[in-house]
Ligand binder design. Structure first.
Ligand SMILES: NC(=O)c1ccc[n+]([C@@H]2O[C@H](COP(=O)([O-])OP(=O)(O)OC[C@H]3O[C@@H](n4cnc5c(N)ncnc54)[C@H](O)[C@@H]3O)[C@@H](O)[C@H]2O)c1
Ligand SMILES: O=C(O)C(=O)C[C@]1(C(=O)O)C=C[C@@H](O)C=C1
Length: 366
């Protein structure tokens, strides 16, 4: 018998989960969203088998419900689910970026017959919406589950088994531990990125030099400042206590560096950078699955008229489709001024081979 999975909130994450889970031939994916145009897009993109803006219709047959709305809307959705008719043995999970508050709320509100298991895939993007969804977004990423004490083990195993289609590394954590760790490695960095951008924006003058000279370093550290403000508003308010502690530690750490600069402590300044580099270089690499650079090639092109036309003609002659083409005004963390996006990995590889054959220097991100 087929498993019906209902995704509530068919955006970047809901859409990506749907695309990954629908690879299971035994699964039928139903989508609910507050926006009909989002459901229409999701159906056109092949993300869902069916979509509706009526929550009762969406969840009536569901064996598993995945709430993938913004964090504040996850609470509101749990409230609404308590009023609806659900399948016996249904598992409800979510993908919210914070866990303690949501898990506590679910335990208080949901009836005993319902199994709630908090979830958070540790992969995403600064882009939002179902258009940015990818079946490979979670590949090789950690996917945290936070089952509460007493959650039936067979239900957790059922969910883990379904999530295997994301090809993520599913791990279990205590919700508070999750919020503490993710506060430091995800939430606080988003605050810093946006604070830095706002600081620099405030320095801007009529020559727009900051805007023009912002190069690789600034862009690398601030990509996530392009993320969805509403999503991050909810995240910060939901992880308030941990973030306030981290902010205090941060202020202390910054003061220490400032003192080193004031005192011209050359050796200690070097140590500061060395310690950071060692930890950063030791982070495990994630080679696949990141949405932004999936099928992109970066090509060093000389600044000649007709150069882009030549590349497009070479690819076109081999029937290799270009889905996007962009001149990089400022190079980010990659060499190559022309970025070409391909439809899939195989076309990208053919494109790479062809352009290299014609003497172009071709780079991939990461
Ligand atoms: N963006 C990331 O990098 C990332 C990564 C992991 C987890 N998350 C979490 O995933 C969740 C969704 O984020 P996203 O990036 O996919 O956002 P998104 O904006 O791409 O998608 C959210 C979707 O939810 C819909 N929605 C809004 N209110 C709703 C409601 N009340 N009921 C049903 N649908 C509703 C929106 O119309 C939209 O389609 C958030 O809780 C976020 O914290 C995000
Ligand atoms: O890659 C990005 O753009 C992200 O911000 C993804 C990111 C992160 O901070 O790593 C953001 C929020 C999540 O809940 C999980 C992942």
């Amino acid at each position: 018998m087929k498993t019906t999975i209902t995704i509530i909130g068919v955006g970047l994450i809901g859409g990506s989960v749907a695309l990954a889970l629908r690879k299971d031939p035994q699964v039928r994916i139903v989508g609910f969203d507050v926006r009909q145009d989002t459901l229409d897009k999701a159906l056109t993109l092949g993300v869902l088998h069916a979509g509706t803006t009526d929550l009762q219709t969406a969840v009536r047959e569901a064996n598993v419900i995945i709430v993938a709305a913004p964090v504040e809307q996850i609470y509101a959705t749990l409230d609404r689910l308590t009023e609806l008719s659900l399948q016996p043995g249904v598992i409800i999970t979510d993908v919210g970026s914070t866990k303690s508050g949501i898990v506590r709320y679910a335990q208080e509100k949901l009836p005993r017959e319902v199994t709630f298991i908090g979830g958070h895939p540790m992969a995403g993007s600064h882009k939002s919406g179902v258009e940015a969804a990818s079946d490979r977004l979670f590949e090789n990423a950690y996917y945290v589950l936070t089952p509460a004490e007493g959650t039936p083990e067979h239900q957790v195993e059922r969910l883990v088994s379904l999530l295997s289609y994301t090809r993520a590394n599913v791990v279990r954590m205590d919700p508070n531990e999750h919020d503490k760790v993710v506060g430091a490695v995800s939430h606080f960095p988003h605050i810093l990125a946006s604070a830095l951008v706002n600081l620099v924006a405030g320095y801007e003058d009529e020559n727009a030099w900051h805007h023009r000279l912002a190069a690789g370093g600034f862009r690398d550290i601030t990509r996530i400042a392009s993320s969805n403000p509403r999503m991050w508003r909810d995240v910060l308010l939901n992880n308030r206590e941990h973030l306030l502690c981290i902010a205090e530690d941060w202020a202390r750490a910054l003061d220490e560096v400032i003192e080193l600069i004031k005192d011209r402590e050359a050796e200690k300044i070097e140590d500061f950078f060395r310690t950071a580099r060692e930890f950063r270089d030791g982070l495990p690499e994630r080679k696949k699955g990141a949405v932004p650079a999936l099928y992109d090639l970066y090509i060093d092109i000389p600044d000649h008229p007709g150069e882009i036309g030549r590349i497009a003609t070479l690819l076109g002659a081999k029937k290799i489709n270009i889905t996007n083409l962009q001149i990089q005004e400022t190079r980010e963390d990659i060499m190559g001024a022309l970025r070409i996006t391909f439809r899939n990995e195989s076309e990208m590889e053919k494109g790479e081979e062809l352009l290299q054959f014609f003497g172009y220097k071709v780079y991939k991100r990461g």
